[in-house]
Design a protein around this ligand. Sequence first.
Ligand code: CTP
Ligand code: MG
Length: 220
Amino acid sequence: MATFLIVPAAGSGARLKSPLPKALVPVLGHAILSWTLEALAPIPFDRVVVAAPPDRMPDFERLLRGKAAVVAGGATRSASVRRGYQALGAHPDDFVCIHDAARPLITAEEAQSVLVAAKASGAATAGTPIVDTVKRVEGERIVATIDREGLYAAGTPQVFRASLLGRAFDTGREATDEAGLLELLGVAVTAVPVSRWNVKVTSPEDLELVEALLKRRRKD
Ligand code: CTP
Ligand code: MG
């Protein structure tokens, strides 16, 4: 039974408004992708596959220097993950961990806790309990307040037994994350709480936050 890592890194980062693909944007002198892989390095994955923008493959290969296989990503995050999965040629009993390149603040301990949960149940995702009061808004008008009890913001890592993930892909259905695809199949997915630091670098202010936190961790 092998454990693989897929890192979707093929997005352009439109909301970050950077000329570089988001995964290559430097923070404290290193690409976001490098920080992310460094954070997960203590976990002995059997193979790591990074999905890169098809027109930037050489840049990613140069950065990774053989430490991970690079595959051409697709037009959407889920298409990129699928391409990474195809490249693995996983056995049904293997486990596949998916972690966004854009989440460099994940810790190996947190990723390990998601792996442990998935190995027990077949499927698990990291998430953070919602702390704000959640409103549904139409136009400018609030139309509902949603009870936040039990609400989680789903993030990554997401870890699945390959047989379940493969079956979910085979349905050809779409969901916003792989956990959602498995839910459509009726598979129970375990929610594993992780720290709110596990932000996804999305907008320029997230970069400031990530830089400050990485600086602090480097000193610790
Ligand atoms: N991703 C990917 N392939 C895509 C789109 C996204 O592999 N076609 C990856 C991103 O590189 C990122 C993760 O999925 O690591 C989460 O996506 P997101 O934060 O939305 O990144 P971008 O799509 O690059 O950002 P934006 O939506 O602002 O363009
Ligand atoms: Mg996106």
